[in-house]
Each structure stands twice: as C-alpha cells, then as structure tokens.
Design a protein. Structure first.
Ligand code: SAH
Length: 380
C-alpha cells in the first residue's frame, strides 16, 4: 500500500517526515512535535483514526457512561435559564470526539423543549474522520451541527461552551531553568537516528511567557510546562462575554496549582508509551494547569468557578439518582454497566479526583453545583 509513497519527497511515516524537517530546519519544540503527532493532516493521530473505546487507545467519560453527557445536558439547561433564556443560543463543543457527549446532552435537554428549540450546535474539530462520526452520532438529535477548525472562527452571540478532554490535547512547550535563564526543550535526532530531547543554546528572550508562579524563585533544573493555546481560549471566552452572555465548562485531568515539572505522556492501546517512539501512533497529552487557566480567566474579567473534582461535580448534579433511575428499568447486564460506569466516573481512585471541572461565566451567573466564584483577592 505504501509502495507509491517511497519517492524522495513523500516519506513513509511521520517519523521519517519529522527527521527530514529536523535535518532541514533544526530541532522541533515540544509544541511543534505534539502538533504534528496529533494534527498532521496525513499522518496525525486524530486525523487518521477513531482512537476511543476498548478497541482504541483510551476511553473518555462520555464513552464510559451516557450519564456523563446527560448530566452536562441538564447543566446546560440550568445555566441557559440563568442567562435569561437567550434564543438563539450557540451550544459549542470543543473537541467532540465521537459526538457522544453532545448526543447524550441534547437528549437529556429535551426536558426543556424551549432550550432545544433555541440551540444551534457548533463543533470545533480538526479531524475529518471524527467530524464524520459526530455528524452520524448527532443525526437522531434533529440538529445539524456547524463545524469549525477553531473557536476563534465562531461568530459572536450568546453561547454555552463545553469541552471534555480537549485542553489536554493542546500542545505544550517545555523550558528548563539554568544559571538564571530559561532554555526551551526541543526534539532532535541522535547519532543512531532516534528522536531525542535537547535544549536550545540561546536562552528564552522573553521570560514573561513563563507564568509567575513558576518563574518566581525558580531553581536550577526546574522545568516549566506552558500551554499558550489554552491561555488563548480563556481570552477568547472572555472576549465573547463582552459581546453576549456566555458560560463555559471545562473538564479535564490536571492540577489546581501551577507546579514545576512536565507531564507529557503518550498512551497507546490503554498503556503508557514513550512519547518519542512511534510519533502519530499514540495519543499525546499533558495535564491541564487549572491554576494557570483560572489566573488568565480572572485576569480577563471572567468569573471562575472551581475547579472541583469530577466526582464531586457529578454527584452534586445527581449522578447517583440518575443511575438509580436508569437501573430501575434495566436488565442485569445493563445494571452492572451503569453501576460500574458511575463508579469509574466518580470514585476518587478512578476518574473522580484526577479529573477537574471548571466553569467560566460573567457576573450574576452561578452554575450548579458551584456556590459562587471567589473574588480575585480571595484567591490564593
Ligand atoms: N471530548 C471527547 C474527545 C476528547 S479527545 C470525549 O470526551 O470523548 C480530543 C478531541 O479534540 C478529539 O475530538 C480531537 O480530534 C480534538 N482535537 C484535538 N486537538 C484539536 C485542535 N487543536 N482543534 C480542534 N480539535 C482538536
């Protein structure tokens, strides 16, 4: 199948293509590498496959249980009512995967028919394979989604935005602290032809791109992981809010306080892999720094609610009650899968603690189950 791709300008694999790029332009930043591994239109991880489920590489909350999307659908109807029921309202999802979360959310939200009537579905997705799956999954909802390659492309107007495990796929950059300066960690090619880490010779010209909590009192050997595209998304949400009522819900795995260190990881066939091996064949992600995102969002005038651990969030929204309700009419196999799904989503030892939920709104909105955003001066 690949025989026709062996000519000089069409490398066989992403690894070959990256090695050529490094030979001609020099080492890649970690962000350039992640971008190519996940998003390359020919060889990129998401561009070429459906990675979810037991046959894929990993499983996400909406694929574990329908209850996840249903509770988020109900959350959307409540926040829409707090927003004074704008119509139309854009329901935006960033990185919708197979479209399962949106399908479950829309189905649960049919309890509020005026909401369903008002909703226009906007999906931010770069993968053509996944766009197609999303279209198929949403066919029964009666809503025809509009697709966009970036949040920046979605027109203004009242919006509710949801994103599950999207931010963790955005590229990160790594910097090492040495002799009072920061040096960017990059990826080059070793003498044996394998990919290897290296650092730039020149120190970073603008240390201000490293967030203060990581820059202050930095010690030699400290590593800073930053994610400029996630900061830009916070800014974009804040901009939308200036024009019209907006609420956003971000769910991801990560930490609540910015700490030195790097968290880049590769997952293939439900197991950890070496991020530098088999580029394009493994999912590459890094923890979300909710501490940083909260700081950027507050700085841009948004109210920041949480982050709360996912388990606490789902239980407060009624996970247990929803599970009991569904179990009442279910056969034994379905009951077992409902109960193990709820456990997996909410148990602290499973996804309940590592995954966090953060909501962003304008003033006057208090999305459930949060009890009000901390004022900037209250936030430490
Ligand atoms: N939210 C889904 C999928 C999470 S995986 C779920 O919970 O199951 C990450 C998703 O983000 C995939 O749909 C992937 O194709 C998409 N994605 C990754 N990087 C992206 C980018 N830069 N822009 C738009 N979509 C992206």
């Amino acid at each position: 199948m690949l025989a026709s791709r062996t000519s000089a300008d069409t490398p066989d694999t992403l690894l070959d293509s990256l090695k050529r790029r490094i030979a001609s332009d020099g080492p890649l930043t970690i962000a350039e590498y992640m971008d190519a591994c996940l998003g390359d239109p020919v060889y990129g991880y998401y561009a070429t496959r459906d990675p979810f489920g037991s046959a894929g590489d990993f499983i996400t909350a909406p694929e574990i249980s329908q209850m996840f999307g249903e509770l988020i659908g109900l959350w959307c109807t409540v926040i829409w009512q707090q927003m004074a029921t704008p119509a139309p309202v854009k329901l935006i999802e960033l990185g919708p995967g197979r479209g399962t979360l949106m399908a479950d959310a829309l189905r649960a939200a049919t309890h509020v028919p005026e909401f369903i009537e008002a909703v226009q579905v906007h999906l931010v997705e770069t993968s053509p394979v996944l766009r197609q799956m999303q279209g198929e999954r949403l066919a029964a909802s009666g809503k025809t989604p509009q697709w966009h390659s970036s949040l920046m492309a979605i027109p203004e107007g009242p919006a509710i935005l949801i994103a599950n495990e999207f931010l963790d796929a955005l590229p990160v950059r790594h910097f090492e602290h040495r002799d009072g300066s920061w040096f960017e960690r990059c990826i080059g090619v070793s003498d044996t032809g394998a990919l290897e880490y290296c650092t730039t010779n020149e120190p970073l010209g603008d240390p201000a791109i490293i967030p203060l909590p990581l820059r202050d009192n930095a010690m030699d050997g400290d590593l800073a992981e930053i994610r400029p595209e996630a900061d830009a998304i916070m800014e974009r949400v804040a901009e939308r809010l200036k024009d019209a009522s907006t609420a956003a819900l971000f769910i991801d795995y990560g930490h609540t306080v910015s700490t030195p260190g790097e968290t880049l990881q590769a997952i293939q066939a439900h197991d950890f892999a070496d991020p530098l091996e088999n580029p394009g064949e493994a999912d590459l992600t890094a923890h979300v720094d909710f501490g940083r995102l909260g700081d950027v969002a507050r700085d841009k005038g948004l109210q920041v609610h949480g982050p709360l651990p996912q388990g606490e969030f789902l239980l407060a929204l009624g996970l247990k009650e929803r599970c009991e309700r569904l179990m009442r009419d279910a056969d034994d196999t379905t009951r077992e899968s409902l109960s193990s799904g709820a456990e997996r989503l909410a148990e602290p030892a499973q996804m309940g603690e590592l995954f966090k939920v953060m909501a962003l709104t304008g003033k006057n909105l208090i999305p459930p189950p949060f009890t009000g955003a901390l004022a900037p001066e209250e936030h430490t």
